[in-house]
Structure formats: structure tokens, C-alpha cells
Design a protein around this ligand. Structure first.
Ligand code: XMP
Length: 326
């Protein structure tokens, strides 16, 4: 039987009871596969790797070594959340790697989006590999592969995926959720006790804010887009839109415009708001953000985000626009 093919009669996991059964089966399977050996996992804090981490922690505890690489392109609060959930609450064996300066230094001056993606992907593998080599006695590599990744292995995610892994590290793979669809992974995550905010996260590109800080990444604009994104997410949550809109985020272009601050004309950055709905990311429609919410966003972003004097709202569907700006 092809272990990468979902059996036609496999039950779709839609309830906590079904998730609990799946979890019990996977714990037994993982224990049988791994025995007393150690397993390594690149834990980004995204839904898939978080669910795999929580499953493995249940199955083998400290035999799992999680590596969280902070490349500086994550959203506000994400590295802290990974540490809080996995290290503090689940007592995981977690290695936190602060690679922020390393990534920002190597990306300095690079403006081509595909070059940026390649650099981020390659550097991620390098950092992860370095950490892996420091560890003794690792036999397995866990991955948050899900069924759409297998179906589209030459498609979008595989092409986009930053979390690709070092090929010369010859580990056997542990992929406990590889036959699940995304909605099932979320149900399993909830049953494992992961926080809602982690389980119901909107899609976030592997290169992260790197492709939302348009053109050559600079630290001031990166911080600005991170703050603006945090405000957008906070206000969407207050308005009850969290989990209802497929993807919403901010981007920051690399040009300034003149504005007025403290009665003086000053050149500052602008921030672009984008909120879209889609089923497959191949086409997308625009979420019509209510005007009072837009007004609040403009007020907060222009007063709270350093160096930003204007907010734009992108109303372009896909096509002709793509979801991301680069
Ligand atoms: P586009 O911009 O192509 O985006 O309409 C479609 C979906 O893919 C996400 N995206 C990426 N995801 N690495 C990823 O993992 C990437 O380089 C990347 N670029 C775009 C985008 O956020 C949207 O959900």
C-alpha cells in the first residue's frame, strides 16, 4: 500500500472524539517507530509543525528536540508564543535560535522578491542544519507534512515552502499528519490542547514579513509592518472577524510620501492593508472591511506605528493582483 495515499474509506476528522482516536493511534505508531531514539523537529509555530510537536510531546516527551528559528520575519509575539506554549506549558525540549541579525544582514540590499525567498529558504536550512549537527544521537526528523502538500508536491506550497530540510542529513522521517487535510489538523490541534490562536491561524507565508516589507528589507520598515500587522490583527479580533476572513495583513512599500506631523511637513512610509477571501488561493475576492473599522485602523496605525503617515486599502481581486504584493 502506498503510505502517501489517503485510503478512500478514511474517516474525515471533524469532532473531538474522532481526533482523540486519531491521536491515540498516532501515539502508538510513533512510539513503535521511534522506540527510545531522538527526533528532531523544526518548529515554526505554524499550525502543522505545532500539531506535530504536540503529538510527539505526548508520544515521546523529551526524546523530541524542537528547534525554533527566529529569522526576524515572524509576526509580533510569535516567537514568544512558541516558547510559552511549548517550553513553559508543555515542558518541551525546545532550542530557541535567535538568527535575526544573521538573516537581516544577509538580506540587506536584496530587493528582488524571488532572490529574497531563496536567501531566506537557504539560510533557514543552514541554521537548522547547524543546530542539528550540534546535537548527538538524533535518528529521526519529524515534519508537518499534510495531505495537500503531498497532492501538490510540485505545486504552490512545495515551491513556496521555506521549511525545506537539509537533504544530506540522513534522518528517517516521522510525519504523523501527512494524510490529513488542514481542517482535520486544526481539529486534532484543538484536541491536543493547543491555543485557539495557534490552531486557527490564518495562512502565513514561509518567508514571512520578508515578502511584506517590499523591496530591500530595512529594519525600520520591518518593525513598522510588524506593528501595523499586529494592530490589524488585534482590531479584526475585536470586530469578531478572526477566523472569518481567510487572510488579512499589511505590507509596506519602499517609498515615502510627504505628510504633516506636529505642524511640520515630514516624509514617512505608508502601509497597505489587504484582506482577502478564497478557497484555494488561486483566485481571491476582497473582504469589505466596514468603514468604522477602517477608520480606526488608519487612526491607530498612523498614531502608533513609528514612521508611518498614510494607510492605503488594496481593493484588487486576484487576478489581477496576487494576494501578496511580491
Ligand atoms: P499569492 O501572492 O501567490 O499567494 O497570490 C497565494 C498564497 O500563498 C502564500 N504565499 C506564500 N507562502 N511561501 C509561502 O509559504 C511564499 O513564498 C509565499 N508567497 C505567497 C500567500 O500568503 C497566499 O496565502
Amino acid at each position: 500500500m502506498d503510505s502517501n495515499k489517503r485510503p478512500d474509506d478514511m474517516v474525515r476528522i471533524t469532532t473531538k472524539e474522532l481526533a482523540d482516536t486519531f491521536i491515540a493511534e498516532q501515539i502508538a505508531a510513533i512510539q513503535a517507530q521511534v522506540g527510545d531514539k531522538k527526533v528532531l523537529l523544526a518548529l515554526s509555530g505554524g499550525v502543522d509543525s505545532s500539531v506535530v510537536a504536540a503529538l510527539l510531546i505526548k508520544a515521546i516527551g523529551k526524546q523530541l528536540v524542537c528547534v525554533h528559528v527566529n529569522h526576524g520575519l515572524l509576526r509580533k509575539g510569535e516567537p514568544e508564543q512558541v516558547i510559552r506554549v511549548f517550553k513553559d506549558e508543555m515542558d518541551a525540549n525546545l532550542i530557541y535560535v535567535d538568527a535575526v541579525d544573521r538573516f537581516l544582514d544577509i538580506l540587506a540590499g536584496v530587493s528582488d522578491p524571488e532572490k529574497k525567498r531563496k536567501i531566506i529558504g537557504a539560510e533557514f536550512i543552514k541554521v537548522f542544519e547547524e543546530e542539528a549537527r550540534k546535537l548527538d544521537g538524533i535518528s529521526y526528523l519529524a515534519q508537518g507534512t499534510i495531505y495537500p502538500d503531498i497532492l501538490e508536491s510540485v505545486g504552490v506550497k512545495a515551491h513556496h515552502n521555506v521549511g525545506g530540510l537539509p537533504e544530506d542529513l540522513k534522518f528517517e522521517l516521522v510525519e504523523p499528519v501527512k494524510l490529513l487535510f488542514k481542517d482535520e489538523v486544526r481539529v486534532v490541534g484543538s484536541a491536543l490542547g493547543l491555543p485557539d490562536a495557534m490552531v486557527n491561524r490564518q495562512p502565513f507565508p514561509g518567508p514571512g514579513l520578508g515578502v511584506r516589507c517590499l523591496g530591500a528589507i530595512t529594519r525600520d520598515r520591518l518593525e513598522a509592518v510588524r506593528e501595523a500587522d499586529a494592530i490589524l490583527r488585534e482590531e479584526f479580533a475585536h470586530a469578531g472577524l478572526e477566523g472569518k476572513v481567510w487572510q488579512y495583513f499589511t505590507s509596506i512599500p519602499d517609498f515615502k510620501s510627504v505628510g504633516i506631523r506636529n505642524k511640520k511637513r515630514v516624509d514617512e512610509w505608508c502601509v497597505i492593508i489587504r484582506a482577502v477571501n478564497t478557497t484555494d488561493a488561486l483566485s481571491a475576492t476582497i473582504e469589505e472591511i466596514p468603514y468604522p473599522l477602517l477608520k480606526k485602523l488608519v487612526e491607530r496605525i498612523t498614531s502608533e506605528v513609528k514612521g508611518v503617515n498614510r494607510v492605503l486599502y488594496d481593493l484588487t481581486t486576484k487576478p489581477t493582483g496576487t494576494i501578496e504584493w511580491e
